[in-house]
Design a protein around this ligand. Structure first.
Ligand SMILES: N[C@@H]1[C@@H](O)[C@H](O)[C@@H](COP(=O)(O)O)O[C@@H]1O
Length: 255
């Protein structure tokens, strides 16, 4: 059960929901996603990878198994993928999504879109990915995590508010953080294909999930500093319907 301990009192964006712990924050986000699917069975979901959404996906799988939600008409678009990793590579985001979610629910695999990291022409693929999102009617609900340096998807500091799906270089700090998923830092790809900030801001609703003290500074800067390229997540303040779901640790630096 979700157990928000505090919630921003007004309806302006961003709305901030602080939950007691990671488990209740994850449950809260799962509830929001399940509610969106139940409200619109053909909903278009934007999905994220990383350690943060793992429990949320487990909660969604639990709800699916309990007969509380049906994904047969859902379409999904993932935020990003490493350049150079095929969808079968154990550290690819396609593989992550299959392992954590797609293989355990009744989503139609042909309606799950994750950027391809191994194509011949990643720039052309990025443009095609944007077109696919538009053809699907745009993203209804976009789930995001956040990097320690305030990145969203793979939009590193310096990413502008109007950036689109494109090939990007990863910062050394992101490579170091993500090395935990690989055998060694050398194996982490140095480039990726990512939805842009502008692409993300076009989603009708955005939910950012952050847990742990390691995200506290990025959350403070995202919510309390003026929007700028320095902290990509700070651009979310420009969106009319964005919710930050935090545990107490991630919220610990908020004034
Ligand atoms: N591209 C992903 C982001 O989408 C994710 O939000 C971030 C944080 O990951 P974690 O949740 O593991 O802290 O890492 C990666 O760089």
């Amino acid at each position: 059960m979700s157990n928000p301990v505090s919630q921003s009192s007004n309806t302006s964006s961003p709305q901030v929901i602080v939950c007691a712990d990671e488990a209740s924050a994850s449950r809260k986000v799962a509830d929001m996603i399940v509610a969106a699917v139940n409200a619109k069975p053909s909903v278009v979901l934007g999905l994220a990878t990383g350690g943060t959404p793992v429990k949320t996906y487990a909660n969604i799988v639990e709800d699916f198994r309990a007969g509380k939600v049906d994904f047969r008409n859902v379409t999904s678009f993932n935020l990003d993928e490493y350049i150079g990793l095929s969808g079968t590579h154990p550290q690819s985001f396609r593989h992550f999504m299959e392992l954590q979610l797609f293989n355990h629910i009744n989503i139609d695999p042909s309606k799950t879109f994750v950027p391809e990291g191994c194509g011949d022409d990643p720039a052309a693929h990025a443009a095609e990915f944007e077109k696919r999102i538009a053809d699907a009617g745009g993203i209804d609900l976009q789930l995001l995590g956040i990097g320690h340096n305030g990145h969203i998807a793979f939009n590193e500091p310096g990413s502008s508010a109007d950036s689109r799906t494109r090939v990007v270089g990863l910062t050394q700090s992101t490579i170091e953080k993500n090395a935990r998923f690989f055998d060694s830092e050398d194996e982490v790809p140095k480039t990726a294909i990512t939805m842009g900030i502008g692409t993300i801001l076009e989603a009708k609703q955005i939910v950012l999930l952050a847990t742990g003290t390691g995200k506290a500074e990025a959350i403070r800067l995202s919510l309390q500093a003026s929007p700028s390229d320095d902290v990509p997540a700070s651009w979310l303040a420009k969106h009319p319907q964005v919710t930050f779901v935090l545990d107490e640790a991630a919220a610990s630096e908020l004034a």
